[in-house]
Design a binder for this molecule. Structure first.
Ligand code: GBH
Length: 507
């Protein structure tokens, strides 16, 4: 009780709970869907001419870096089961499905000199099957499975990656742009750069924080922007689609009022790095980040900032290079900076040392299987509110939001998460946030990166013992479906899960 009371006092001047509406109408016009990513679901890692990606290399290395030595070799076998996947989209009655393309399946040499017909055929089949039922494809060009060959040349730290990526994007627009109208260039640049190059938690596990993560950040933003302009200049007139990016943005809340500045710096370092250059009026990396990293670099004996600069032309190129802001949001953290933060707290140089804040999860926040994923719906509201006010109310697509459980079809905690987060999102919408789409992560259980198959995010459960990777609707699938059918959020709806989930007329 005491803990709860103190927490309440700390948040008295900002929103720390959501207005719970027992029954709430969902405004028409917000599209609903689910998402997956190529390496997490496709399998067929070396079939039909596909070449090796960084996740193939990593999962096949010894000692195995993934929990239980899991790999994505077969994953959900979606390469062979796309018809069942689309059937599930129809069962749920979705407006769209967000999936990603495997670069090495389409371009086995990494470059445009050889197009793999079989790989192209797979995506054509998937897209055509969805369109038959009026389900819009939303396609991510890059969700973490870089060709290994490009990694051997430095991957996202090599400035040539800008050409490699835009060439790949050109091929993709030419192949699928007649039917795909929603594009995302990169999924979560923060994770690609910080976790892959800075830290050791995603391929290629460079673990070179304070340098490689910043080089990656610059190159990925330039690659994104060049791709955006290429689409606008050469494709959009004929194809008429939209292009954006999906940036992960969790909420960082000040532990108390006196930590407001620390929390703001955490937001700028964690997602301002990627949102500011594209969506702010002046563009470029956040000022606080440029100043901090430069000052620390000089103190440390470097001759220049470890954070690479954008040229004035690059700032202009990147500014405004998105038709909408895609947001992947999962959770929140509390931020503070006080005497406990010393020069030894973080290794130096490092991204965390540059950012210079401490963070933790409030002990009262519920979590599921993933220790990083606490249920904090008001953080989602605060994030959406901040994006609306700081970046002039951009069109927002929620490109991921979801919760993990263990195996099992009775997933009440996931249902509760979805209801509370969608409720919080609608609070922001009522206050003017321009949310155009909401995407549940994920359609089905899949390869959860270094966590393997133990952490399950699916509305559908996948049976990994079964060679056919049979999919079964969880209780949350019934609830999500009913919510979309009635366009109403209802905390009391209890589905009858003894009845099969079936395709409604018109789907
Ligand atoms: C998203 O990342 C990804 O886009 C998606 O592919 C993924 O399946 C989904 O979320 C669920 O994680 O295991 O403690 O080292 C969200 C950001 C990046 C947060 C990886 C967790 C690993 C933390 N996630 N990170 S840990």
């Amino acid at each position: 009780m005491r803990v709860l009371f103190l927490a309440w006092v700390a948040f008295a001047d900002c929103k720390s709970s959501v207005n719970r509406h027992e029954i709430r109408k969902i405004p028409d016009g917000i599209l609903f869907g689910t998402a997956t990513a190529s390496y997490q679901v496709e399998g067929a890692w070396n079939e039909d001419g596909k070449s090796e990606s960084i996740w193939d290399r990593l999962t096949h290395s010894t000692p195995c870096p993934v929990k239980n030595c899991d790999t994505g070799d077969i994953a959900d076998d979606s390469y062979h089961q796309y018809e069942r996947d689309v059937e599930m989209l129809r069962e749920l009655g979705l407006d769209f499905y967000r999936f990603s393309l495997s670069w090495t399946r389409i371009l086995p040499t990494s470059f445009p000199d050889k197009i793999n017909e079989k790989g192209v055929e797979y995506y054509n089949n998937l897209i055509d099957e969805m369109l038959k039922y009026n389900i819009q494809p939303m396609v991510t060009l890059y969700h973490w499975d870089l060709p290994q060959k490009l990694q051997d040349m430095g991957g996202w730290t090599n400035p040539h990656v800008v050409d490699w990526f835009t060439d790949y994007a050109r091929i993709v627009f030419e192949l699928f742009g007649d039917r795909v109208k929603y594009w995302f260039t990169i999924n979560e640049p923060r994770e690609v750069c910080y976790e892959g190059y800075g830290g050791p938690s995603l391929a290629p596990l460079y673990n070179m924080t304070g340098y490689a993560d910043y080089m990656c950040a610059k190159n990925i933003l330039v690659a994104h922007a060049k791709t955006y302009h290429m689409y606008k200049n050469e494709f959009s007139k004929i194809q008429g689609g939209t292009v954006g990016i999906a940036i992960s943005a969790n909420w960082f809340e000040a532990e108390s009022e006196k930590e407001a500045e620390a929390a703001e710096e955490a937001r700028q370092f964690e997602w301002g790095t990627y949102i500011n250059p594209i969506f702010s009026k002046n563009g470029d990396f956040p000022a606080v980040m440029k100043e901090r990293v430069a000052a620390k670099s000089f103190e440390q004996g470097f001759f220049r900032s470890r954070l690479p600069e954008f040229s004035p032309e690059e700032v202009e190129l990147i500014k405004g290079s998105s038709d909408f802001l895609g947001i992947n949001h999962y959770t929140s953290k509390l931020i503070y900076r006080n005497a406990s933060l010393t020069s030894d707290t973080y290794p130096s140089p490092s991204f965390y040392d540059d950012m210079g804040v401490m963070s933790y999860y409030d002990s009262t926040w519920e979590s599921g299987v993933s220790s990083w994923l606490k249920i904090v719906p008001w953080g989602f509201y605060n994030l959406l509110t901040k994006l609306r006010t700081d970046y002039d109310n951009p069109p927002i697509y929620i490109t991921e939001n979801g919760f993990s459980t263990y195996e099992g079809l009775e997933d009440d905690s996931r249902i509760s998460y979805y209801r509370q987060y969608i409720d919080a999102m609608l609070d922001a919408v009522d206050e003017g946030s321009d949310v155009r789409a909401y995407t549940a992560w994920s359609l089905m259980d899949n390869f959860e990166w270094l966590q393997g198959y133990a952490n399950r995010f699916g509305l559908y459960e996948v049976d990994y013992e079964d060679p056919k990777r049979t999919r079964t609707a969880r209780k949350s699938a019934y609830v999500y479906k009913e919510m979309l059918r009635t366009r109403q959020l209802d905390y009391h709806y209890e589905p009858d899960t003894t009845l099969p989930i079936t395709i409604d007329e018109g789907h």
